[in-house]
Design a protein around this ligand. Structure first.
Ligand code: FAD
Length: 388
């Protein structure tokens, strides 16, 4: 726990909330129009507000937030800007991988710089011509004190600015199964490494992505995260909390859509009455609240379990799936409340619709989440431990 008292945490939380609405929110229309996050302006402010180090332990210069404390802040970021949320989410999820799986000297070297945003690590798993995980084609062959890395990754968030990339690759023969893969940190300036910008996104405007190409790229052996052969542990281990973080992002976007819809329904008058008095609009608002409440309870449960050190891949997949369905349903209903104005960029709903769609794809599609969930329940696992 990074804060000595709840009061201290709540004061910090409020300072972040104020920062997001006062300093980030006014820049969102420009970020949407230019598809660009003004890094020069915002990064020094993120640093001052503590965003880069929210979950990094205090001993490394971060704020040391627990999951229970972090999720509401991630949700608040989503309310304001999907792009800023995704940028910080990727930065901190990669930092978490170092916290959990890195060697002591790696933690000491990387985390203090990541806590200030002086350094950032992107997460390179997805490939254009293979499935994520053991199917990956990128490989690294050890030669003396270096690996020679070859392969390609795409859709890699934050590739526009990060100095470091954590790459999933094979370091051993396929027969080794899950031990055949490693996570290796590659410096942006490593010889043989090139980055190509990707096409514009549907939502989360301003977020940068890249295609990463490694051609006989030389990487020091010491850059392997933890130990060689731990790659699947690192990537699957990180996907678990990361799915919960994405669910919290869905929560924030959905909550903003409900808040905006309640306000609008009270203000918009047709045939002499606010639309909030119409049964059809009330039903939409009630359905939105039901979805959000369910998601919030799931998030509170899974965050407590993660903080207690419990492994909860089942809960993480369920929360991620309920989150993506919630954000899609709630933003769709918000469009119905706002009518034609929902389609205008001068109202926040269309941005929330577009931003929320990323939560469907991040950290595994709904199909994959359902595969994980079904496999667990068929094996007798359930997200609750006592019968009702
Ligand atoms: C904006 C954005 C940012 C991203 N950032 C990152 C990042 O920083 N790092 C990173 O590594 N990735 C990143 N991704 C990639 C993202 O995680 C993947 O796009 C997502 O996990 C889906 O993988 P895919 O695109 O390879 O889809 P595919 O694997 O091609 O899947 C297509 C469809 O087929 C289904 N499918 C595929 N394989 C199977 C199977 N075996 N069984 C059943 N169904 C299957 C999928 O569920 C899906 O419905 C990002 C994506 C986006 C859009």
């Amino acid at each position: 726990m990074g804060f000595k008292s709840d009061k201290e945490y709540l004061e910090f939380k409020q300072s972040v909330v104020d920062f997001l609405w006062k300093e980030v929110d006014p820049l969102v229309p420009e970020m949407e129009a230019n598809d660009h996050i003004p890094i020069d302006i915002l990064f020094p402010k993120f640093r001052e507000a503590g965003l880069f180090g929210l979950i990094i332990p205090q001993e490394y210069g971060g704020k040391g937030l627990t999951n229970v404390q972090y999720l509401p802040l991630l949700a608040e970021m989503s309310k304001v800007s999907g792009a800023v949320r995704a940028l910080i989410h990727v930065h901190l999820t990669a930092a978490r991988a170092v916290m959990v799986f890195g060697r002591d000297e790696q933690k000491k070297k990387l985390l203090p710089k990541m806590a200030t945003g002086e350094s950032s690590l992107a997460f390179g798993l997805t490939e254009a011509n293979s499935g994520s995980g053991l199917d990956c084609k990128t490989n690294a062959v050890k030669q003396g004190d270096h690996y020679i890395l070859n392969g390609e990754k795409h859709l890699i968030t934050n590739a526009d600015f990060t100095d470091l990339f954590m790459i999933a690759c094979h370091t051993g023969p396929k027969e080794l199964g899950r031990n055949a893969m490693s996570a290796i940190i590659v410096d942006r300036n490593a010889p043989g490494f090139t980055i190509e910008e990707m096409p514009h996104l549907l939502g989360c405007k301003g977020l940068g992505h890249g295609i990463l190409t490694f051609k006989d790229c030389k990487v020091p052996v010491e850059n392997v995260v933890g130990k060689e052969g731990m790659g699947i542990d690192v990537f699957l281990g990180e996907l678990e909390p990361s799915r919960v973080f994405v669910a919290a992002s869905s929560m924030g976007t959905a909550q903003r859509a409900l808040e905006e819809s309640i306000k609008y329904a009270k203000e918009r008058v047709t045939f002499g009455k606010p639309i909030a008095s119409r049964e059809s609009i009330r039903t939409l608002l009630a359905d939105m609240a039901m979805d959000i409440y369910g998601l919030r309870l799931m998030l509170e449960d899974v965050a407590k379990k993660l903080d207690a050190g419990e492994s909860c891949p089942l809960e993480a997949s369920i929360a991620k799936t309920h989150g993506l369905e919630t954000v899609c349903r709630v933003t769709d209903r918000a469009m119905q409340v706002f009518g034609g104005r929902s389609y205008l960029t001068s109202f926040p709903i269309e941005r929330l619709v577009r931003d929320g769609r990323l939560n469907v794809l991040e950290e595994g599609t709904p199909t994959i989440q359902r595969l994980v969930t079904a496999r667990a329940v068929l094996a007798g696992e359930l997200p609750w431990s006592t019968p009702w």
